[in-house]
Design a protein around this ligand. Sequence first.
Ligand code: AMP
Length: 214
Amino acid sequence: MNIILLGPPGAGKGTQARHLVETRGMVQLSTGDMLREAKDSGTEMGNIVAEVMAKGQLVTDEIVIGLIREKLESKEGSGFIFDGFPRTLAQADALGELLAAEGEALDAVIEMEVDDDALVARITARSTCGTCGEVYNDNTKPIPADGHCVKCGGTEFKRRADDNEESLRTRLMEYYKKTSPLIGYYYAKGDLSKIDGLAPIQEVQSSIAGVLDK
Ligand code: AMP
């Protein structure tokens, strides 16, 4: 089964993808994580995308499609969760072609609906464990007082460089201009399911399970 988690920054795509990896053995393909890795390891591509990402703009279709192509062609694992990809119509078309070339198909596109005020509040309060990636929120799920991650015991926590109000505004604008048309695109293809992304995490997990087990 291959699915897309679709939604604006802060909708909870990464958190839900991680849960599906743990509970269903699916494989998370997050272009944001791949690009951050490239940036941190100082590869040529990483240096090219660093500034674009810091501003909250979208990296070129060519680069991200290339990253996804590599993953799909390497055939490492099956049952993909596309998290943060596709973000443009060109990427959506490319994904359809790449999956078809591998004899695969898309089984569901899950739109995580959230309101904009909640996104800003979530993103400016979020941090992650530097070891395992567990997501924390200053208001709703603070880092434990003893400074140890609840999942892995790690003691280093990170905030994303682009989780600030200014780049968030650009990221939201990019989402509404370039990514939100995908909602209509996948609706027309008959692939779209909408869920309430603002519900408590466990309820969101159940809604997603409901779509996958349909
Ligand atoms: P994310 O972790 O998904 O929020 O992505 C972080 C940043 O990486 C975005 O703001 C973009 O600059 C870049 N990025 C991630 N995925 C894509 C994509 N599919 N297309 C273009 N840029 C992307």
